[in-house]
Design a protein around this ligand. Sequence first.
Ligand code: AVI
Length: 724
Amino acid sequence: MNAQLFPRRGLPTGSDLRAGYLSLRAKTLALTSGLSAEDMTVQAMADASPAKWHLAHTTWFFETFVLRTYLPGYAAFDDSYAFLFNSYYESVGPRQPRAQRGHLTRPPLADVLAYREHVDRHMQTVFDCGAYTGLEDIIRLGIAHEEQHQELLLMDILYLFSRSPLKPAYDRAWPSAAAAGVAKFQPMAGGLVSIGDADAGGFAFDNERPRHKVWLEPFQIADRLVTNGEWLAFMGDGGYSRPELWLSEGWDQVQSNAWEAPLYWQRMGESWQEFGLAGMAPVDAAAAVSHISYYEANAYARWARARLPTEAEWETAARSGRLQQVDDSLWQWTASAYAPYPGFREASGAVGEYNGKFMINQMVLRGGASVTPRGHSRPTYRNFFAPDKRWQFAGLRLARDAKPPAHGKAPEADFAARDFAAHVIAGLSRPQKALSPKYFYDAEGSRLFEEICRIQEYPLTRIETALLRNVAPQLAHSIPGDAVLVEFGSGASEKTRLLLDAVPQISTYIPIDISQSALDAGAERIAAAYPRLQVIPLTADYTQDFKLPATVRGRPKTGFFPGSTIGNFTHAEAVDFLRRLAAALGTESRLILGVDLVKDPRLLVRAYDDAAGVTARFNKNLLIRINRELGGNFDVDAFEHLALWNPDLQRVEMHLVSTVDQIIQAAGHSFAFKAGERLHTENSHKFTIESITSLAATAGWSVLRHWSSVEHPFAILELESRSG
Ligand code: AVI
């Protein structure tokens, strides 16, 4: 995962330094190619500088620290520029106040461009004479510095344009943010870790050093960033109006600035729009939430019963390769104050002012953003902003302690409710509305599914049961003594009995299901029927990370995943699930998997659209659940059940089709449906032996044996974990 993690270009050395310098300078200019001289002169707030100033200041850096200092006989382009374009270097001299950079209508843009050319020409002399060996470090710092300003230039121009009533786009073709997907918490062991740059030759800023040891308690960290959809759920739950969620200073900011949403969001009737480099667009619920302050990130984390990771946790997790959106989406607020690392030493000379003197009243952000030049960041990189700043490309990633706090109620129920709300808000905000089928299974949904399994048109369960009856004695041979059977999505555990009857060496049974009611009822029945069997029910969402009880550690385990439920996953989810399964079951694990096979599409569609309408009720029950749990007002009669075969993706799809134009309220939000618009509720992928074999192989499982039925083709496969 994440081979692209921090593509480590490093900064150029030797003869590459000239090429690196030239391409850097060309790129900075290219970033301004669509801007007018007026765009480049105005300063919209004290923190943001005009583009013209960025062009000049980055040039001033090379002029001051390379040319004036080291090039014999260098004549400055204009002596007044030392005052105009010094940023904050006290040791270099006085300067134009930061908040008044927009007053610099003179020099005109043409002079600034000529200044760049002048400095570039003299830098070529430095490179030509080859006398820059001792200057490599300062040139590399100048390159890294200008890369930072490339990002600042985009941040600042976005802020400026956001203040314009015309809301001009910086670049209509600017790529939109990638979908973040649903985050999973990844467990991290913690312990004694080392963070910071090892000073082994690569470029790093002084603030990343020295590398040092930090003790981490075990923790969990989200593998993706918080999405706009989740942020909408926070807002819908009064996130900006509940002082108990906020730090005191943050709450002051909320009130004095009337914050009610991220910086660039604007309410348009019932929905939200967001201003970005491509202009105004509807808020994309699946994209990561952006342009939030530390205070907002912290309030959200509190609302989500989580916290922000410390920078040491972040760096350790980023190096594990288990995180997505590490450096290509948004900078991520951490819980760490920006302070010197133990043993920190400022560089000598004027550039010692680069980072160290800002180590107060700011918080660290880690990662990198889509606007950060590629290769600029690295896992040890420490970005920093004051906690109230919002114009930088900043989002958040949640973390939490591995163990719940000793006091207070277990947060699982709250998590489940918030997860459902966030999912519904995100799913109904998408251009093609969709919800995950895993939310079908409340008590009524589980009951309706059992009813489906008995209807004539849906023979999967009956066929699989009959097949399993024949196959179980053969499976028995390969299951070792004292085995643990782990069943995923066990529901009523009916099929399990066939295995337990045929395989007496199974001594422990762990059914795992998201629905506690179905799980308890099934587990009780099994425990009563098999008194010598140890039954350990586990209420868990097995599509997320789960842990088996420590008591079964080291014992041989067989997974059981019948019913073709794997078909309800996307292929990527199926691979992810099978991989985690191999890890959870451990070495020498086996898996017994049931999959429905591709067959006549007419039979397939009928199986998901039965004459008695049971499947339709099962599908619509999702709306009833939203009404009950999220205060929704769906009229179930204003939606029609639809099942169709998608030949390209080899799956049956279920949808709910709105029969009228309507606006629905749910989870504190409004969602417009057009007549005929579909809400996609389920995929049921169908397989061939070849397709499931190759999917399993991607996840590290090999198929040992398989058996198929002739009538309504269905297959049972026995797989072995290759790591086993
Ligand atoms: C649970 N799962 C395998 C069923 C299926 O066939 O996809 C759920 C279902 N949906 C409609 N009918 C049954």
